[in-house]
Ligand binder design. Structure first.
Ligand SMILES: [Zn+2]
Length: 59
């Protein structure tokens, strides 16, 4: 069993809403090129399919 895999987070730019799937949020947003805050919007429940299925409550 491989339970040691590092879970990927889904990060959303607070400026433009761009989402990135990575272990850690990027320092600079690839879209708006700003030093903006990325928020973790990953959904960890089984119902959510991951990156294409971001929790709508987290905007
Ligand atoms: Zn951005």
């Amino acid at each position: 069993m491989s339970t040691t895999a590092t879970p990927q987070g889904v990060w959303k730019c607070s400026e433009c809403g761009y989402t990135v799937t990575a272990q850690l949020p990027p320092q600079t947003c690839p879209q708006c090129k700003k030093d903006c805050e990325f928020r973790d919007v990953a959904c960890y429940t089984p119902d959510c399919g991951g990156p294409g299925n971001i929790d709508p409550r987290l905007k």
